[in-house]
Design a protein around this ligand. Sequence first.
Ligand SMILES: [Fe+2]
Length: 215
Amino acid sequence: MVKFIKPNLPTMPDNVKQALEEDVTKALNNDEDLGWNRSDSYNFRTVEIDNKTVRSCRTHHSHLSETVENWIKENVVPHWLYATLAVTHPVSDLHAMHTDRTRRYLLIYMIDTGGDNVVSKLYKEKGQPLHRHVDNTNQVLITDYAEHKFEVLDESRVQPGEWVMFDTKVLHDVMNIQRERIAVHISIDSNFDFDRWEYTDAEGHFNGEDFYKAL
Ligand SMILES: [Fe+2]
């Protein structure tokens, strides 16, 4: 099974929400990208859809405050590759289909979805493996959206305040982006220990092992 999974994780307390709001304000004012020097083929990517050339959105990353990072470490997930505040700028309404290069799993805390009907999808390219470049040596950047080439595996309309996780080595995209889409991105490596990832809170029990099987 390959899906977007919404784990039942603890609710962020008000003081952490406040710190996160300040991080968002800073990110929107600074347009920081942590100095990540990514290729022009990613930064200025265009794709062909129905004989039209569409520019793809990209995501800028900035630092999270210690208050936010520490709360996530203590209450959500104990370790990660990197955690950032991610802002997708609406240069078009599409963050085009791709896999991620430097991380295996992405755990998202949604702050602003970027519109009323923003949808994320997972795909398999026909004739290609489901998981692509799992060794982090490269990524897939799809340039032709010809429908017959792809099978939709799952779709998600994650709401503000929700957590969602997926395997970034599976092709994914985001459609219908109307304004800045803002989320916390927690990037997790292949060797993450799902067996030991479990939480019990007022709303119920979350078991990482079961969760991993569905990813
Ligand atoms: Fe991605």
